[in-house]
Design a protein around this ligand. Structure first.
Ligand SMILES: CC(C)(COP(=O)(O)OP(=O)(O)OC[C@H]1O[C@@H](n2cnc3c(N)ncnc32)[C@H](O)[C@@H]1OP(=O)(O)O)[C@@H](O)C(=O)NCCC(=O)NCCS
Length: 171
């Protein structure tokens, strides 16, 4: 396993195709579908393809991507994801996060994001970080603001025409 970082409660590591069953679970949680979108991934094989076209491509092309979060106190169980992505529709790299439902509201979003923001600056040499979020996602908005990002404007970057809030922070 390729470690990226460690926090008091979490190990942050690169994902591989072995994480496809976890991604299948995460992509079908109610909050992912409501707040991020239904990716229509219904089998482990579809999750593998989603990862090949997403996170694994990002590692190759950008040198960073989304990482898995392993909870030390539960035998390194994978509980969520947090990381960075460069999307063609956005000028700046954005930070993203999602936890399995039973691990929301326990501070893991903040704990992992602080580490990812630090890596964005020191390891990936980024000078600015963005975040995009649906206006009806209070938990994510709260986390983005706790991380020190500032609301810039409403944008509709994707084909689904959903209006999102764009936040930025200089690193
Ligand atoms: C958005 C999301 C990642 C936030 O993750 P999270 O871990 O719940 O967020 P936080 O780290 O901010 O923690 C939330 C609360 O847990 C509390 N908490 C509970 N136990 C804690 C502990 N041991 N240590 C620290 N905080 C703890 C925190 O105080 C915080 O509440 P507060 O902001 O009122 O102080 C999560 O709700 C999620 O996965 N949502 C679905 C997917 C999604 O919408 N992703 C974002 C798309 S833009």
């Amino acid at each position: 396993m390729e470690l990226i970082a460690e926090t008091p409660r979490l190990i942050i590591a690169k994902m591989t195709l072995d994480d496809a069953p976890f991604m299948l679970e995460l992509l079908n949680t109610p909050n992912w579908i409501k707040y991020i979108g239904d990716r229509n991934v219904k089998t482990v094989e579809e999750a593998e393809n989603y990862m090949k076209n997403g996170v694994l491509k990002s590692y190759r092309e950008s040198g960073f991507g989304f990482y898995k979060l392993l909870l030390k106190e539960e035998g390194n169980k994978t509980i969520g994801t947090c990381g960075l992505v460069k999307r063609e529709q956005l000028e700046n790299v954005d930070i993203g996060f999602a936890m399995l439902p039973e691990y929301e509201g326990k501070g893991f979003g903040m704990e992992s994001s602080i580490e990812i923001m630090a890596l964005a600056k020191t390891r990936f040499k980024l000078h600015r970080i963005a975040a995009i979020v649906q206006p009806d996602n209070p938990n994510s908005i709260k986390l983005i603001e706790k991380l020190g990002l500032t609301f810039i404007k409403r944008i509709t970057p994707f084909e689904d025409n959903d209006e999102l809030l764009l936040y930025l922070k200089e690193l």
